[in-house]
Design a protein around this ligand. Structure first.
Ligand SMILES: NC(=O)c1ccc[n+]([C@@H]2O[C@H](COP(=O)([O-])OP(=O)(O)OC[C@H]3O[C@@H](n4cnc5c(N)ncnc54)[C@H](OP(=O)(O)O)[C@@H]3O)[C@@H](O)[C@H]2O)c1
Length: 225
């Protein structure tokens, strides 16, 4: 598959590295020197501007800060440039202390969108593309794990979207990094993924060991007769 990244930060570095050997990967960004640097380090197929990335990708990973997504769509050539593409939304629109949406006294809340979630906002901005939300629930270092195994158990990666074919392609990317894809439904469920990530981020920022909170060992399940 031709996979293009918009952005060359933490998440782009983690995910692009995992896919570069089996896919054609292109790194795009505002600073083409930084895009080239990442592309060379992972032996990607190419690098360049954001609009070149959009033109290249069958699947485009939105790897900018959540508040830069709309800007990135514009830089990519606007809504029509995304026609027929899969757009992978990995973003967490969350208010963090000191961040662009800091919310004194009540941080770590999802940023509100008229459409319901950022993923649905993206789908409204580029209706000719298929938006899938995934990879937002773990920090970049987890996506670098090869494979992401905890206590002998595979990491489950939750994803959602409205287009079955697009979700199938994202599921195969999840499997390719050694994780179990878990389809939680239509794109409307991105509201839950974005809200859940707020809890994860709040706990991470407080120094809590998430392993003990979210990755619970499954108790023995007794059959009901
Ligand atoms: N880091 C994590 O552990 C993690 C985990 C899960 C989800 N996420 C989500 O993934 C997204 C990316 O996070 P990250 O940690 O990779 O961020 P990051 O390291 O800060 O990288 C952000 C990238 O976006 C680019 N960018 C910023 N503003 C832009 C704009 N207006 N137009 C185009 N490009 C722009 C930056 O490059 P320039 O400024 O040079 O253009 C940079 O390449 C965020 O929404 C985050 O919530 C992050």
């Amino acid at each position: 598959m031709r996979i293009a990244f918009i952005g060359y930060g933490n998440m782009a570095q983690a995910l692009s590295k995992r896919w570069a050997s089996d896919h054609e990967v292109f790194i795009g960004g505002r600073n083409i020197d930084k895009a080239r640097e990442l592309a060379q380090s992972i032996q990607a197929s190419g690098s360049g501007t954001i609009s070149e990335a959009v033109a290249f990708g069958e699947l485009i990973v939105m790897a900018t800060p959540a508040n830069a997504v709309e800007d990135a769509i514009e830089s990519g050539g606007g809504s029509d440039s995304f026609t027929g593409k899969i757009v992978l939304d990995i973003n967490n629109p969350v208010s963090v202390p000191g961040g662009p949406h800091a919310n004194e006294g009540a941080d770590y809340l999802p940023i509100e969108f008229e459409e319901g979630s950022l993923a649905e906002r993206i789908a409204a901005l580029i209706p000719s593309a298929s938006v899938v939300k995934a990879f937002n629930m773990c920090q970049a270092s987890v996506w670098e794990m090869d494979p992401p195994i905890f206590d002998g158990r595979k990491l489950a990666t939750l994803f959602c979207g409205d287009d079955t074919d697009a979700k199938g392609k994202v599921a195969s990317l999840i499997e390719s990094i050694g994780s179990d894809p878990v389809d939680i439904g239509e794109l409307v469920y991105s509201r839950l993924l974005e809200a859940s990530a707020c809890i994860v981020i709040k706990l991470l920022f407080s120094g809590r060991d998430l392993h003990t909170v979210l990755n619970l060992v499954q108790p023995e399940i007794k059959p009901i007769h």
